[in-house]
Design a protein around this ligand. Structure first.
Ligand code: 26Q
Length: 822
């Protein structure tokens, strides 16, 4: 009976319609008189979800039978975005559903737009995790993602009087058809308590973590379908629940507050995502989130490992754990604790297992982003873990001392503990010591990792431990889904969709770069994408854009190192210049639309002020009839994955202009070029490798190189520099009051007096690069050729390639296809 009735439903029109109506009536309790567009989305989603679950079950069954080595990707963030369209495309059901849903009187595009984003991440790091899950599923790797089911994702950004204001992102109001709550998969997680020393039966001194507060972690599963494969993997997101529902003792004593308090405290743990990107905040609740996540995940991994009764020594042959930055680093300590305190292994046996299990990805070398936690905070929350950290640090420093006798300064630099009042735990040191590999996310960044934060560690462990895995993006979401026009054109030329699983095939499109007919089709697709964006911009801002203008986009988290202020200063410079031009001169100008989007961390004052400057300048520029044909300036509010899917395919030029050496990789740079846009960028992060692939004629580089930046910073030469003359002109323009009371911008302008991000140094080269862009855009055919050549050169930047790199060099896992019998 099971075999007969558990088969995946067929996908003909009538079956899909039946399934839609069954879910509308039975799952949602709706009727034909009571179906709005949102309910239709929900019914469709539930119907698609059935297909996902069938494949998910088959994949799980296959993996438990074959019991291969698995990889666990631990990340505090998964920035997934919407699922419906992505699932339809990955399952190859889009056309079927289009027809079936059309037959019921809805259009699939409208329904897709009803879905709210799953925005459980800040930016690059979280979106990378989501791309990696898509690739792991597509390539048939036996993999799990583990994370937290935040009830509030990254805040919603609205503009009020041109200022960013934040609103809670409660994304679960109307339920979530994509998650499967698993009340049967739950674990206790403990905080605080005390440590007891005792002697065991064999006379060994041992420690036990006793007492403490308990909460419960409940699993919520998020199926991730691969593209054109039966394989469907899982992201398991934990939510916290109180251990005891209600304290009746205090309730009966009339102490209602106290009995509810504990319950609320437990639920608080997974309530909200911290909205800081590339900036460490030392809040207890964040540390609680990290340990809660680490504890539940390890219990789940160990339970799965124990099912097959292997000895502990085989753990690293069965389990590989990747740490997405240092955020889950307590996992290293927790595994050591479980092995020695609960499983009775010796310290050395345990440490050997730990260090053959973990690997760690570093995403930044910026000092303000490196995680360090005050020792008293950890001692209080996790007393046994703090002991273990001190102990492993002691053994580690003894080994360092042996190799470099008497080098006190080296010991101080390398210690997991930063001395001071209070002491701090350096999480990056802990992660590096407990891992077999440490990787950076682009070539330059991986070199910087070795020469800056881990220089001493390279000398100690050897350079083989420190590797590079250049980031990538999934071409399924970021081309096939976001840009169906271009995807169809490529499939037509390459004779099918195989390139979507092997992006190196894109290379063959280069053959058409000179073909005028192809150029026209390519640029026509871009034009239509620009119209789609213009409609969206009209909708959310009321401003009308001409799709004939050069669309120039910078969308990313607001940060001084990313230098959105250099961009807006450049816009002011352009505007002033336009104002001074004669009619004849104006006629030669390339019309430009400058678009910004991005969120600032709520507590990041300077970043928020940059947004205010952008919106203030936009108000003036967009209302100026003298320049309106030549310049428009837009700030799109609430940048998220869904906005990116509209924005990226519509860009002619995108800006990636971080001070050299500061942006670890960047991943939107890859998405833009893949979609037929060019980059204006610094010689930083993955821009460099993109430049190597596309060729120097197809990317606009400018600015100081990393070595020069390092030199200037090392000699403190960024203080009180003579300001670039053109930049001075821009500052004067702001101070003239042209964009509103300039007093509010003084703190932003003040940052330039100590020009740590080297705006002054890079400003003139930046403007010169812009002139090269304008000149190039005038030659339509030459521009098209650049875009085609660049896009066709992007094979390297598929996250499939990144994942294969990790799988072969770091995780040592092989694909396990879910075959038909499952
Ligand atoms: C840490 C401690 C406490 C609170 C918050 C944090 C925290 C949270 C998020 C620290 C950093 C982040 C996010 C970092 C991030 O997104 N980094 C980006 O990672 C991308 C993927 O590798 C790179 O492409 C970007 O260059 C890098 O900035």
């Amino acid at each position: 009976i099971w075999n007969e009735f558990s088969k995946e439903e067929s996908t003909d029109e009538a079956t899909i319609q039946k399934s839609f109506i069954r879910h509308a009536t039975k799952t949602l309790a709706r009727s034909s008189y009571n179906m709005d567009q949102f309910a239709a989305y929900q019914a469709t989603a539930h119907s698609v979800r059935d297909h996902l679950i069938d494949r998910w079950n088959a994949t799980q069954h296959c993996h438990s039978v074959k019991d291969p080595k698995r990889v666990y990707y631990m990340s505090l963030e998964f920035l997934i975005g919407r699922t419906l369209d992505n699932a339809l495309l990955n399952l190859n059901l889009k056309d079927h559903y289009k027809r079936a849903i059309g037959g019921i009187g809805f259009t699939i595009e409208d329904l897709v737009d009803e879905e709210v984003d799953a925005a459980l991440g800040n930016g690059g790091l979280g979106r990378l995790a989501a791309c990696f899950m898509d690739s792991l599923a597509t390539l048939d790797y036996p993999a799990w993602g583990y994370g937290i089911r935040y009830e509030y994702g990254i805040f919603q950004q609205k503009l009020v009087d041109g200022y960013q204001t934040e609103y809670p992102d409660y994304w679960l109001t109307f339920g979530n058809p994509w998650e499967i709550q698993r009340l049967d998969v739950s674990y206790d997680v403990r905080f605080r308590g005390y440590v007891e020393k005792y002697v065991d039966v064999s006379g060994q001194t041992r420690y036990r973590w006793e007492g403490g507060e308990k909460v419960v972690a409940v699993a919520n599963d998020y199926p991730i379908p691969g593209f054109q494969t039966k394989n469907c993997i899982n992201i398991r997101l934990w939510s916290s629940k109180p251990k005891k529902e209600f304290d009746f003792a205090s309730f009966n004593e009339g102490n209602y507050d106290k009995s509810v308090e504990e319950q609320k405290a437990a639920e608080n743990i997974t309530s909200v995502l911290y909205p800081n990107d590339n900036h460490m905040v030392g809040k207890v609740l964040r540390l609680k989130q990290q340990y809660f996540f680490v504890s539940a995940t390890l219990q789940d991994i160990i339970r799965r490992f124990k099912k097959t009764s292997r000895p502990w020594s085989e753990f690293p042959q069965q389990v590989s754990i990747q740490l997405n930055d240092t955020h889950p680093t307590l996992s290293i300590v927790e595994l050591q604790r479980i092995l020695i305190d609960e499983e009775g292994l010796t310290w050395d046996e345990a440490w050997d297992i730990v260090t053959h299990t973990y690997s760690y990805t570093n995403h930044t070398v910026l000092p303000e982003a490196l995680e360090k936690w005050a020792v008293p905070l950890i001692s209080d929350l996790l007393p046994r873990h703090m002991m273990i950290i001190f102990e492993l640090n002691l053994y580690f420093l003894q080994r360092v001392e042996k190799l470099f006798p008497g080098d006190r300064d080296r010991l101080r630099r390398m210690s997991v503990i930063e001395e001071g009042h209070p002491q701090y735990v350096r999480m990056a040191h802990l992660a590096a010591i407990g891992s077999h590999h440490v990787n950076g996310v682009a070539e330059l960044h991986s070199e910087l990792v070795k020469t800056t934060i881990f220089a001493d560690f390279v000398e100690f462990f050897g350079k083989e431990k420190f590797v590079n895995v250049t980031n990538g993006v999934t071409p399924r979401r970021w081309l096939h889904q976001a840009n169906p026009g271009l995807s169809t054109l490529i499939s037509e030329k390459l004779g099918g969709t195989a390139w979507l699983k092997d992006l190196s095939q894109l290379d063959k499109i280069k053959a058409f770069a000179d073909d005028v007919g192809f150029q026209n089709r390519f640029m026509d697709i871009k034009y239509k994408n620009k119209i789609r964006l213009a409609e969206y911009v009209k909708d959310v801002t009321g401003v009308t854009l001409s799709p004939d203008a050069l669309f120039d986009v910078q969308c990313k988290r607001l940060h001084e190192y990313k230098r959105q202020h250099m961009n807006i200063f450049g816009v002011i410079h352009r505007y002033e210049k336009l104002k001074s031009m004669s009619k004849a001169e104006l006629e030669k100008v390339v019309p430009r639309v400058v678009i910004f989007a991005g969120k600032a961390a709520p507590g990041y004052y300077t970043a928020k002020l940059i947004i205010k400057l952008i919106t203030s300048v936009a108000n003036v520029v967009n209302a100026d009839p003298q320049t309106s044909e030549y310049l428009k300036l837009i700030f799109i509010p609430n940048y998220n994955v869904s906005v990116a899917e509209i924005l990226i395919p519509a860009s002619d030029l995108s800006q990636h202009i971080s001070t050299a050496g500061t942006e670890a990789s960047g991943t939107s740079n890859m998405k833009f070029v893949l979609n037929g846009g060019l980059i204006l960028g610094t010689v930083d992060g993955a821009n460099i490798e993109i430049g190597e692939e596309v060729g120097k004629d197809n990317i606009f580089f400018f600015g100081a190189l990393t070595a020069e930046v390092e030199d200037i910073r090392h000699h403190q030469m960024y203080h009180n520099v003579a300001m670039d003359a053109k930049l001075q002109g821009v500052i004067k323009s702001i101070q003239s009051g042209r964009y509103g009371d300039s007093v509010i911008f003084e703190p932003l302008l003040g940052t330039l007096r100590s020009d740590y991000y080297l705006l002054s140094k890079d400003f003139t080269p930046y403007l010169e690069a812009m002139e090269r862009v304008d000149a190039a855009f005038k030659n339509k055919s030459a521009w098209a050729k650049k875009c085609i050549t660049a896009a066709a050169s992007m094979g390297k930047f598929s996250s499939d390639r990144s994942i294969q790199d990790y799988a072969k060099r770091i995780w040592k896992i092989t694909p396990v296809p879910t075959t038909e019998e499952f």
